[in-house]
Design a binder for this molecule. Sequence first.
Ligand code: SF4
Length: 327
Amino acid sequence: MRKPLLEVKDLQIKFETKRGTIAVSDGVSFAIGENETLCLVGESGCGKSVVAVSIMGLLPAHARVAGEIRYREADLLQCSPGEWSRFRGREIAMIFEQPMSCLNPVISAGRQIAEAYAANNRCSKREALAEARRKLDEVGIPENCFVKFPHELSGGMQQRVMIAIALACRPNLLIADEPTAALDVTVQCQILELLHCLKDRYRMSMLLITHDLGVVAEMADTVGVMYAGTMMELSGVEDFFYRPGHPYSRALMNVVAGNALSPIRGSVPHLLEPVPGCPFHARCVDAVEQCRRARPQPRIVNGRMERCHHFTGDNSGRQLDQMVSSR
Ligand code: SF4
């Protein structure tokens, strides 16, 4: 069996704050194979972005991290900051929800791409600029935008520049944190199509964080569902939609599959005040007494992982067509 490109094992991330310790990732595990896309879903504040940032090695200094983040043969958590920086850009790149907050406002789009390329490749300035022009063309930005500053570009164009910067060094893994959330619907589709196309062209793997289950249906090979810093379900995309298993996954689907007016009651527990038992029990329609007392442990049946006392691995349902056609 081929080794995955990225393997995250039992990742624990804690932040020490004046008000106490916050566990933002509590034993999260997943793997991404070559040319595969794993989508991380879950409500805001469930720890998805922190997990993504931890893979980039960009957590603040006061974060306490344990577990393993293995990229090919390297255990990134054991790398020095200098060693880790060699993976950033060249091997693993990341794009964010708000491109404007990541782009340098006083440097033109073309020069920012050229600088990203030059930072990771031995090349002359002329070569870097030529590569930046090729990348702009590849992400569908007209030539005349090369000299434009970020504020002169639309949100969609800014995100394309971010994608061009991320791809400047041909990374093997692209992490995209809500890359389309700030864009309008038509531009969202164009950006997703672009990501799909570039992923196939470069045979990249992708870790995609999104709230949109329609995006998951179109992009994912594997789906990870996070809740309150915990991975509740990890399954293949068909299992996730056709045989929805975990009560939290079903609740998320219920919200988008025509029942947008019936949100999940309650809210995500505050990570400063962890709840006993299953973190989802206060909102779960299937909760029983055991859920309030005992934390469910991950169980794997037929390649699908769930944390739920009721999990048997035998679920049925039909959701995928609905998700795809709802876009
Ligand atoms: Fe619901 Fe209990 Fe399963 Fe948690 S363990 S998801 S509360 S049924």
